[in-house]
Each structure stands twice: as C-alpha cells, then as structure tokens.
Design a protein around this ligand. Structure first.
Ligand code: ADP
Ligand code: MG
Length: 401
C-alpha cells in the first residue's frame, strides 16, 4: 500500500505578515500599526518536567502565528482569527477575569489581562491572527498565539520587555498566567519560553526551577540528519484531565518526600532509589521515576550535542519514549505506532513529544531518508485504518518578534 503523505505548510515571514495584514485591513477597515509573529515549538527531550522544576530542551519551529494589531483609545478588544470562522469577537478588558472568557480569545485577552495585572499600561486593541502552526498537534499553537500577542502589545504600548532576555522571561511568565488563569489550561512554562526566548539555530536548554536558559547549537544538517515531526492527528478525550492528574500526582509525591519540586530529588546525592523507597503509592513511584530519569536524559542529551555526537542522542530519545509510555502513561496507540515504525524504518531514535495522548512524535533520521521514513509511517497508519498523519521537517528557528 502506498498512502498519500501530507506535508504541513510553512509560510515565509513575508507571506505570514502579508496574510495577517490583509485580514486586519479587511475586517477593521484600517491599517495595523504593525505585524508580529511567534513560533510553535517542538521539544527534543525533557517531557512533563517543566512543572516539576526540571530541564527541557525545545526548539522554536519555522511555523509561526502572525498578529496584526492596532491600539484603541478605550478598553475594548476586537479579535479575528483566520483559523476561527465564527468571526469577529469583542471583549471589554475591564470584564476579563478567570472564568469570564470562552474559547480562543482567552489566550489573547489573557495576555493583555496579565500585563495589566503586572502593572503595565495596556488598553484595548484590534487584532487579526493567522497561523501555520497546527492546532492541538502538540506543537504549541497556544503559546505561539500568546507570544505573538505579547510582543505586539510590548511594541505598541512601548513596554520594552521584548528587548532583553530578562524582559522576555517576564513576558513568558505572563503568557503562562494567561493560559492557566484565563484560557484555563494548566500548562507549565516550556512552551512560552520556547516561543519567546529561543535563538535561531539553537535548542533552548530551559531550567524550569530558576528560569535560566542556555542556547545549545543545534544544526542537524551539518551531521546529515533531520528531525521529522509527525502530527498523529489523533483525537483523544480527557487530555486536559490527564495532564492535571499527572501534575497532581507529582505534587503529591513531592509533598510525601518533603521537597518543593521533584527537581530536588534529581539533585539529591542520595539518588532516585532513596526517593522511590519512601513512596508507598505504586503509581507515584512510576511518575517520579519518569520525571527524575527524564531530567537526567536532558543533561545527557545536551552533553552529546556539546560533544558533536548528535548521532548518539537516539538512545536517549528511545528511552524517553519508553518512560513516557510505561512509567508516565501518556502515550497512545498512534504515538507508539509512529515511534515503532520510524525506528523499524531506520530512524536513529524516536519519541512522542509534547503532553501526549495524541499530538506529535519526532524521529531523528538520516537527511536523505526523510521521505522514505514519512512514507513508511503514512503506510502504517493507512494499514491500521487510522486517520492520515501530517509531517514536517523541523529546524531550529528564531523567537517571537
Ligand atoms: P497546542 O498548543 O498543542 O496547539 P492547545 O490545545 O494548547 O494545543 O491550543 C490550541 C488552542 O489554542 C486552539 O483550540 C485555540 O483555542 C487556540 N489557538 C491556537 N492558535 C490559534 C489561532 N491561530 N487562532 C485562534 N486560536 C488559536
Ligand atoms: Mg498548547
């Protein structure tokens, strides 16, 4: 069987800006003050570690969300998105509070709300959004939407935060507040940091305990390798509930161990066994084992990149997947199928990426084998009667601007 292989579109920055400017002009009968954009991300390794004060290693994708925006003199926000056909939405910033805003607009007005909560002088605005980051694919379209809004508001209200990494860390934290408190999604901080603080050609080593970052050169082409991203397009119910349950389980284990976050276990000289011995809940044992081992794998992954041994990271990717599947229990049939098929087709390593229960998987493959591996994965999905997946090749792109 030879199934069709669907590649996800990527726009040039010019295309994205043109599209969103045209959308703005058509809807608001005025020109925007400017256009801004922010990338989606894919995490190389370090999954479900961010809310445990751990390490993670995302790259920003060339796939971006574009925002065209213009200030208003009142507190009204008018919003339109090319991805949301229901049309124009209007929100009064004065009414925004946790639980008051429904749907996609929460991510945008949430950022304005968080900036105001932090004491920044932000008033109403008109905004148009367009994006080539796929929704709900685990590639963080939500953070791309928040971050594009954040840099747009930073510019038009002259906040000066986007000019430094420290200011960008502040913006990222406010985007997390927007997502947690206004959009109502309990995410950690990886996605927003990746979108706002990455550097072109580098992976972002993010320490979620203190928010510090290191930019690790990441150029697969120089090693004749490529990172194939597979959006499984799997629809699984209860995703948010499962995420919240994993967080709660980690917090309960940390409380039982008398530590602030599970990061302290990974830094503790007594080691993982000490912690696992103290836990009597079998589920917590497995959750903690994943988190602590996963933090170690990030450190090893970066050490291999630093040493120029990119071809050796595959083992760590494979171990990460097994841990997420067996100990953390956030994989699913489609993610396992991508990973197993890609490996059998010769991938150096493969793992699910993002929160799990659908979303995307990544495979590290020889550059000249990308098409063959993608075809093999597409065929496997077709043979099993699953919805066709979508593919992209990821390179480390630049941050929100
Ligand atoms: P992911 O971040 O993995 O893509 P999420 O469920 O966290 O998935 O975020 C997807 C949600 O973010 C969408 O359902 C929508 O509410 C919002 N969103 C993302 N991109 C856009 C966009 N271009 N226009 C409007 N809403 C968007
Ligand atoms: Mg998201």
């Amino acid at each position: 069987m030879t199934a069709d292989v669907t590649w996800l579109d990527v726009w040039t920055p010019q295309e994205g800006a043109d599209r969103v400017r045209a959308l703005f002009a058509g809807r608001f009968e005025a020109e925007p003050e400017g256009t801004w954009s922010a990338p989606g991300r894919v995490n190389l390794i370090g999954e479900h570690t961010d809310y445990n004060g751990g390490l993670c290693l995302p790259i920003a994708l060339p796939h971006r969300t574009y925002a065209a925006l213009r200030r208003r003199d009142d507190d009204i926000v008018r919003l339109v998105s090319a991805q949301e056909p229901a049309g124009l939405r209007t929100v009064d910033l004065a009414d925004v509070a946790p639980g008051t805003v429904d749907g996609w607009v929460g991510y945008v007005v949430g950022v304005a709300w968080a900036l105001r909560q932090a004491g920044h002088a932000v008033s109403g605005f008109d905004v148009a959004i367009d994006s080539c980051v796929p929704y709900g694919a685990g590639l963080s379209s939500s953070a791309a939407l928040e971050a594009s809004t954040a840099v747009a508001l930073d510019a038009v209200f002259a906040l000066g935060l986007a000019a430094s990494d420290e200011g960008r860390a502040t913006l990222a934290a406010l985007c997390v507040r927007a997502e947690n408190e206004i959009a109502g999604a309990p995410t950690g901080g990886m996605d927003q940091a990746a979108s706002l603080r990455s550097q072109d050609g580098h992976a972002l080593l993010l320490d979620c305990l203190d928010g510090s970052v290191r930019h690790v050169p990441f150029d697969l082409a120089a090693h004749d390798l490529a990172l194939l991203v597979v959006d499984t397009r799997a629809e699984h119910a209860l995703v948010d509930g499962q995420y919240a349950a994993r967080r709660a389980s980690c917090e309960a284990a940390a409380a039982r161990l008398g530590v602030g976050t599970l990061r302290e276990v990974s830094d503790d000289p007594r080691g993982l066994e000490w912690a696992l011995d103290k836990l009597d809940d079998e589920v917590q044992v497995r959750r903690v084992r994943h988190v602590v081992n996963e933090i170690d794998r990030v450190t090893w992954f970066v050490a291999l990149l630093d040493a120029g041994e990119v071809g050796l990271v595959g083992t760590l990717m494979n171990a990460s997947h097994a841990s997420l599947r067996d100990d953390y229990e956030v994989s699913c049939r489609e993610l396992d199928l991508v990973v197993d098929t890609a490996r059998a087709a010769g991938a150096v390593g493969a793992r699910m990426t993002g929160g799990g229960f659908g979303g995307s998987a990544i495979a590290l493959v020889a550059a000249d084998e990308v098409d063959r591996v993608a075809q093999t994965v597409a065929d496997a999905f077709a043979e099993q009667g699953l919805r066709a997946p979508a593919f992209l090749v990821a390179t480390a792109a630049g941050p929100a601007a």
